[in-house]
Design a protein around this ligand. Structure first.
Ligand code: FE2
Length: 377
């Protein structure tokens, strides 16, 4: 047997109910004095930011909150946060929220150890030095930003979502407390949870899947498919939130090591051109992309259907479609405002996302991609 060379990377993780309450100990261990807290106004209203600052205060440090992170942040809004953090002289960044807050926190921390502008660092491994340490606390089980090395931003000048990807953005601690997700709205739980399922499904089927990423993908599929509908139906159910947090952690580790492919590639134009949020864009496309891939991947699809615990005779794509319906994901892109006249533009943008499409186990050309969009319209 020959096993292809592979690598595996994951940040330090602390997982558990109420584990966030001990964040002060981690801050002390990391030697910080001036902590930047990156979060958003929604979490401030929910009382979570105050709670977090109370826990941080136990470390006897100065706290500078920055709460103007917008959903699906533009590169300009992150620049404002970088300016704020540089002026405040922060030596550690705590990011709490969904992907937007954590993606921003990672890049801001990197910029605190580097000169220049964030635009200089768009792309792969362009950041020259490690920045200040980060601690990331997810409040929605979904994006997996707390585990990965990438951050996504909207670049208005090009109407596109673009990534900063750097080994220096691996967090110093992913602090995953399922209690923080208890107040997440049902629609966010649904779309971010299905995005996490998508991470597990895509990383398992992608060409970069490796012997360490695959078991994590399998566990992600099992846990998310069991707990997503209960977490959406009953947001205050801590057992369901815990199940989703763990499932998402598994999926995120798989994602960080084996990446996504066609679903995420096709979702990019929906995010850039129509400003549809990441989780929703991926959720709506998932069944259609997987339908197109199904004939070539019969064996893996049967395995994954089994892990989703589907009834005999129910295919993976039928199972995904049913789960989507059950949790209220729109069945078609048109329900999100996409029109037929956009599909050609979408296709032209999607075919260029080689970073993801080259990881797709089935090569997809422009005509096939447009056919998938047409099917999903
Ligand atoms: Fe995603």
């Amino acid at each position: 047997m020959t096993i292809q060379t592979f690598s595996f990377l994951a940040p330090p993780v602390v997982f558990g109910v109420k584990s966030a309450e001990n964040i002060g100990e981690h801050i002390t261990r990391l030697g910080a004095r001036h902590v930047l807290v990156v979060s958003d106004r929604g979490l401030e209203k929910a009382g979570l930011v105050d709670q977090l600052c109370g826990w941080i205060r136990k470390a006897n440090v100065a706290i500078r909150p920055y709460l103007d992170i917008e959903p699906e942040p533009s590169i300009h809004s992150v620049r404002a946060c970088v300016d704020f953090a540089r002026q405040a002289g922060c030596d550690l960044v705590v990011g709490m929220g969904g992907g937007s807050a954590m993606d921003s926190a990672k890049v801001v921390a990197a910029m605190l150890g580097n000169d220049g502008d964030i635009m200089d660092y768009l792309g792969l491994n362009k950041i020259p030095h490690k920045g200040v340490p980060t601690i990331l606390l997810p409040t929605t089980a979904g994006t997996g930003s707390e585990i990965g090395r990438g951050s996504l931003f909207y670049v208005p000048e090009r109407q596109s979502k673009e990534a900063v990807f750097s080994s220096y953005m691996l967090t110093d601690l992913a602090l995953i407390d399922p209690v923080l997700a208890l107040s997440a709205p049902a629609s966010v739980t649904a779309s971010s949870g299905l995005d996490a399922l998508c991470h597990a499904l895509e990383s398992y089927t992608g060409r970069a899947a490796n012997p360490l990423s695959m078991p994590f993908a399998e566990l992600g599929i099992k846990w998310i498919s069991k707990w997503l509908a209960p977490a959406v139906a009953e947001g205050r159910n801590l057992e369901a939130r815990e199940g989703m947090a763990l499932g998402c952690l598994y999926a995120s580790v798989a994602l960080a090591n084996a990446n996504t492919h066609a679903v995420h590639a096709l979702a990019y134009p929906l995010q850039g051109k129509n400003r549809i949020v990441h989780g929703k864009a991926n959720s709506v496309l998932l069944p259609y992309v997987f339908k197109a891939l199904a004939p070539a991947l019969a064996e893996k699809f049967a395995e994954m259907a089994d892990w989703m615990n589907l009834a005999p005779g129910v295919s993976l794509v039928e199972g995904i479609t049913h789960l989507s319906e059950q949790i209220g994901i729109p069945a078609r892109m048109s329900a999100l405002g996409v029109t037929a006249s956009q599909l050609e533009d979408f296709t032209q943008e999607a075919v260029q996302i080689r970073r993801l499409l080259d990881n797709c186990p089935v090569p997809l050309d422009g005509a096939q991609i447009q056919a998938i969009y047409q099917d999903a319209l």
